[in-house]
Structures are given as C-alpha cells and as structure tokens.
Write a new protein. Structure first.
Length: 473
C-alpha cells in the first residue's frame, strides 16, 4: 500500500556497514592465523587471492576513522576462527584474541557498536581435513567452544553477536563440498544445532544479544498459475524458513521435512538436538537481502532431468546454475523480466525488501537487522581521484525508502548495515566487483598503494545518517 506520509526511522536506529574477515583482512598467515577453507579454495582465473585483500588487518584504524566520519552507529565485521583457535579445536592464540579487542575498542572509541559475525564461510581448513568439517558432529562442539572464547573475551563490550552468515547459501550451493544431498543436509543440521547451542551459551555467558544471519528473500511465483504459487510457497520453506524456523521455533517446516524424507535426505536428528533447538531463543533476526527470487513449478520428472543436465560432465555454467537452483517436484528458479538488474545480473528490488521485512516480522515477531544489501559494480576512479557512483546512491536510496515503508507497515527494524562498508574482495568476482562507500586503490593483481578514497556515496550516506534517513537527495 502507498501511504501519504512515512513514519521516521527510530531515534537510535543503527546505521552502518558490513564486512567479513576473509574478504577484507589479508594478513592470511600472520600472527598465528591458520588457513581457512576460503584461503585454500581455487581462485577464479584473473582474480585476486585472499592474501592481502584490502589489508584491513593492518589498516583497521584508518578504516574505522572513515566510518566514524560517515557517522556510522554500527560496524558489522566477522571474527576469523582461524585467528582465535588456529588448529580449530586446540590452543587459543593470544595474538588473534588481542587483535579483535583492538578492533572492538577502536569502534567503541567513536561510539560505533560492533556487530560481530562469528562465522562467515571461513572454517579452519584443518577441521575440513580432519573430519570433513560440518559433515561431522564434532564440528558442533568445536564451533561452540570457539564461540565461548569470543563470548568470554568480548561479551562485556559487544552488544550484538551473529552466529553463522548465510547458512542457507552454504547449504544450497554446497560450499562444504558434500558428496550428496543426505550429507549436505546432515551438515546443515549440524550448523542448526551449533547455532542453537551457541545462542544458549551466549545468554549464559554474557549480556549480549545474538541472532542468526541467513540470506532471506521473498519468493515470487513466475505466473499466477496455482502451481507456480505453490512452488513459491514451497521454495520459501526451502530457501528461507528451513533456516529461520529451526532456530526461532526449534522445528523443521513440516511439508519440507516430508519432502526431504521422501528424497532420502532428511538428516539424522537426535532427541537431544531437538531439546537444544527448542531451548535456544535468538533475540533478533539479522538477514542479508540482495533481491527477491522468482520460481516456477517443476514436476519431479522434469526437475530430475534439469538437475542431471547440470551435474553431467561438460555442463555449461548456465546449466550448472539452473541445476543448483532446481528442486524436483517443487520449483525451479527463473529470471524475472520485471525485476531490474545490476550489471552483474543481481536483482534491484526494493519492493522485495519491504515484503521480506514484513514476512519476517509477521512470522517471527522478532526485531530485525539488515546485515547486507548493496550493489556490486565495477567502479571507475576518475583522473582527479573521484568515484561518481550515482547508481549506488540510487540503489541505496530506494532500499532505504523501502525500509521506511516497512517501518510504517509496523515492522520493528532496528538497523541497516549495507554491504559493504568499504571495498573488499567479492566472493567470486574479485576486487573488480565493488560494493563499498570507500574505494580501495588496487586492482586484481596490482596492489598499488591501497589508498582509501571517499566515493560520492560516502558523502551521501553521511548526510543520510546525519538526518536519520530523512535526507536521501
Ligand atoms: C553475501 C555474502 O552472500 O553476498 C558476502 O555474505 C558476499 O560474503 C556478498 O560478498 C556479495 O556477494 P558477492 O558474490 O558479490 O561477493
């Protein structure tokens, strides 16, 4: 609905920005850090590796000062498990622990609330080699122990922890290289239990609030056909609710559980697991949003064929992706011709953000924090050292307006932390695909001087924050 006037953002709204350790820190083997699974993954040809990134590990003070200049109220960053417990399950590394004390203290010095992700794709490689990572139940205890170290060390100065970033993307895109679906959903279940246990331990150890941080987007049916509507509802269970119902209600969505059972991939769940899941109560929901999904219905038979085509030797990248985004008998993801796209073919859909916010609020009645949203673009540095990123301003303006509309709808949204605070290395498209307010002067292979340069969006966001979201011109 369209309102005549919109409610303002709450007075203490957390404006800020996000990052993740392996994408910005560099210093990949310094001060006792061990390699993570991300450090060990093959790099796409032509892309930067993770060794230096944007050198945030050494330049965090400069970066935080710039965030303070923009008026940030929060900075969401992740702690690298590989710095805190380099061998995953053994000795605590004092240098790693003290590094994050310094980062947190630097934020607090400027009145910036640190929002800490405990896990952002970067499992210690040693645990992957030792027992296959999340496929093993042992990973639950090792993760919880690492989290306990963080709660004990930082819990008296950090108000917000996030457990696992985008668990759903890790599972849907098989980032743990599981051999089959049964294994993939078992690994996923272990993450659910690990999050639940970490949530309980956080509440026992400190006063901080804690939340999951999945990637959530509402799902549109490709047409008004009844079966496409069913596909959208099913896919919503599959890509969203599986990762939120389990942590908020302690339950798997029912229809999806039966679907998994019949496909032989329902994980083994112990009574103890269920008890833990029921006992965990996150304080809020953090989520990343990049655009709504659109799906059409696919029969079991057709879905199996699409999947098989994506898995076959010699499948082209498009067939592979469609195969990954198909659930036989449920849905296949399709491109939405009515949704605007970035140059990297990512959706630009502020209405989808408003809808997603409403669905989350109506279902779970927990306060919401947007921990990622943004537009990755190949920014150009002008000869006089500027970045005219009007497209980013336009993207953010529309999404911030959608947040305000959702607040007017009654949604309890308490912060907006777009991706990313400053340029960092994208998951698959190197430094070329940039998201930040601050340009980092480097190319894929040439590190140049790594200078920090304020983009036009830097000044625009500063004004937005100063006016508490009113001045978006
Ligand atoms: C999210 C991740 O999926 O999207 C980030 O949490 C990631 O780590 C971001 O960088 C943007 O995606 P990409 O692939 O453009 O880096």
């Amino acid at each position: 609905m369209e309102y005549k006037t919109l409610c303002p953002f709450p007075k203490d709204f957390l404006w800020g920005g996000s990052s993740s350790a392996y994408q910005c820190e560099g210093a990949w083997d310094e001060d006792g850090k061990s390699p993570s699974v991300q450090d060990c993954k093959p790099i796409e040809p032509g892309n930067s590796d993770w060794k230096v990134c944007v050198d945030h590990y050494h330049r965090f003070k400069e970066d935080i000062a710039l965030m303070a200049e923009m008026g940030f109220k929060e900075f969401r960053f992740s702690i690298a498990w590989t710095r805190i417990i380099p061998d995953g399950d053994g000795a605590i590394n004092p240098k790693g622990v003290s590094h994050y004390h310094e980062v947190i203290d630097e934020c607090l010095k400027y009145g910036i609330e640190p929002v800490i992700t405990l896990y952002h794709f970067d499992l210690p490689q040693i645990l992957q080699d030792k027992y296959g990572g999340w496929v093993s139940r042992q990973c639950i205890d090792d993760f919880v122990r690492y989290c306990e170290v963080c709660f004990n060390e930082y819990g008296n100065k950090v108000k917000y922890f996030l457990t696992i970033n985008e668990q759903n993307m890790m599972t849907m895109y098989n980032m743990g290289d599981c051999k089959n679906d049964k294994e993939r959903y078992q690994a996923n279940h272990h993450m659910i239990v690990a999050m639940a246990k970490a949530t309980i331990r956080c509440h026992e150890i400190c006063n901080a609030k804690i939340a999951p941080a999945p990637n959530i987007s509402c799902v549109y049916p490709a047409s008004s056909a009844p079966l496409d509507n069913l596909a959208a509802a099913d896919y919503d269970q599959f890509r969203n609710r599986l990762y939120v119902d389990t942590i908020v209600f302690g339950e798997y969505p029912e229809a999806l559980s039966e679907y998994f059972r019949q496909r032989g991939c329902m994980p083994e769940i112990t009574d103890e697991d269920l008890k833990i899941m029921k006992a965990a109560h996150p304080d809020f929901i953090a989520f990343n949003y990049y655009g709504a999904d659109t799906v059409r219905y696919v029969s079991l038979e057709e879905g199996e064929k699409i999947k098989a085509a994506g898995r076959r030797e010699g499948a082209n990248p498009e067939e592979f992706m469609i195969g990954m985004q198909t659930e036989p008998g449920m849905a296949v993801s399709v491109s939405n011709p009515l949704q605007e796209k970035t140059s990297y073919n990512m959706g630009i859909d502020p209405v989808g953000l408003r809808l997603t916010l409403r669905q989350l609020w109506e279902r779970y009645k927990l306060p919401l924090l947007i921990t990622e949203n943004g537009c990755g673009v190949k920014d150009e540095l002008t000869p006089d050292g500027k970045v005219n990123d009007e497209y980013r301003i336009d993207y953010l303006r529309k999404h911030i307006t959608a947040c305000r509309e959702a607040i007017t709808d009654g949604v309890k949204l308490f912060g907006y932390s777009p991706w990313s605070a400053f340029d960092l290395i994208s998951t698959h498209q190197g430094i070329t695909k940039r998201y930040g307010f601050i340009y980092i002067n480097r190319d894929e292979k040439d590190l140049k001087d790594l200078a920090r340069i304020k983009k036009d969006s830097f000044f625009w966001y500063k004004k937005c924050i100063e006016s508490n979201g009113k001045d978006l011109d």
